[in-house]
Design a protein around this ligand. Structure first.
Ligand code: NDP
Length: 312
């Protein structure tokens, strides 16, 4: 099979990848974007998005992503289904394989493969997806105003999400599997001061129940000990906050990542350790992880690529 030559190859199709495609196509760089397994990225699994500027009445995740995609296509971005299965950064142009077959020679690459929220692996998480189960409090918390929710996890994300939800919900359970929090001291103090947050120490979730939507969670306390006991709590929302996994495996070890796997970028730019390879969106952002910040970094990546290509 012949190789195809591409000036800018964008890998990934969340807000970061699509926004990079808008900017790169408007700069006449004829970007080619491969969407990956989940076209549109994490946002396609959320329902209503109310915090993305420009949508005064809110928009669903899939519609938002489709709008950004269409905007990129309007300027000629070549957006294709397909999964990048192999990259070779040692030769230049970079060699890339898609779906184990199609070969691409890329002058520059923008990695926008995002991150995936970790789930517990319970069948009920799938059963109630979009019906009370969420992995993003800032996206979905607003729908639980005055209601009761649970957050699973004991790290900074879980505590931050519990604090955020405590400002909206009537009551927040924080389900922690050990008898200590992993979160930083300052966050622990904040959570201890919130009257409507109750920490359920040494509890693990074994199931969810409800008629079509989440109405409760079944927990096990002190699992595997003589004091083991099953506890049901009544909740309207169940939030996972047990960490995210950046989708960077394909690029390691060539691309430098931090201890959690997030791609390291240089200073305030999207440059990686490999000249000509850029990273944007959640795959390089352990901190903000918002659609708008991902879109902004996609814009930065396209501008960085444009300047880099001009300088060559
Ligand atoms: P962490 O890996 O720090 O914490 C994950 C938490 O989830 C831990 O408490 C862990 O329990 C728990 N957990 C993992 N798997 C399970 C499971 N199967 N069942 C129940 N509980 C589970 O992830 P975070 O997303 O919280 O944080 C990631 C990084 O980002 C950290 O470095 C954090 O400090 C940073 N961060 C910083 C923020 C800030 O500065 N404002 C905000 C958010 C994140 P256990 O403790 O028992 O392992």
């Amino acid at each position: 099979m012949n190789s195809e030559n591409v000036k800018v190859l964008i890998i990934g199709s969340g807000p970061a990848g699509y926004t990079a495609a808008i900017y790169a196509s408007r700069a006449n760089l004829h970007p080619v974007l491969y969407e990956g397994l989940q076209a549109g990225g994490q946002l396609t699994t959320t329902t209503e998005v109310e915090n993305f500027p420009g949508y005064p009445n809110g928009v669903t995740g899939p519609v938002l992503m489709d709008d950004i995609k269409k905007q990129a296509e309007r300027f000629g971005a070549d957006i294709r289904p397909g999964m990048v299965s192999k990259v070779d950064f040692k030769s230049y142009p970079f060699k890339v394989e898609v779906d184990g077959g199609q070969k691409i020679n890329a002058e520059s690459i923008i990695i926008a493969t995002g991150a995936s929220a970790k789930y517990l692996g319970l069948g009920d998480e799938k059963k109630y997806a979009g019906a009370g189960v969420s992995a993003c409090a800032t996206c979905d918390g607003f729908f639980y105003r005055g209601l009761t929710v649970a957050v699973v996890g004991g790290g900074d994300t879980a505590v931050e999400e519990a604090l955020y939800l405590a400002g909206l919900a009537k009551k927040v359970y924080l389900i922690v599997r050990r008898n200590v929090l992993r979160a930083s001291q300052v966050m622990q103090e904040r959570v201890a001061q919130k009257e409507n947050i109750e920490i359920l120490w040494e509890h693990e979730t074994v199931g969810l129940f409800g008629n079509g939507v989440v109405e409760g969670a079944r927990l096990v306390k002190k699992r595997g000990t003589v004091d083991e006991e099953f506890v049901d709590i009544a909740i309207d929302g169940f939030f996972l906050a047990i960490g995210h996994k950046p989708n960077s495996d394909l690029f390691v070890p060539d691309i430098d990542v931090d201890e959690q796997g997030y791609i390291k970028t240089h200073g305030d730019t999207t440059r990686t350790n490999i000249d000509g390879v850029f990273a944007c969106g959640d795959v390089q952002d352990p901190r903000y992880r918002q659609a708008i910040t991902a879109a902004a970094s996609g814009c930065k990546a396209a501008l960085d690529v444009e300047r880099w290509l001009l300088s060559k």
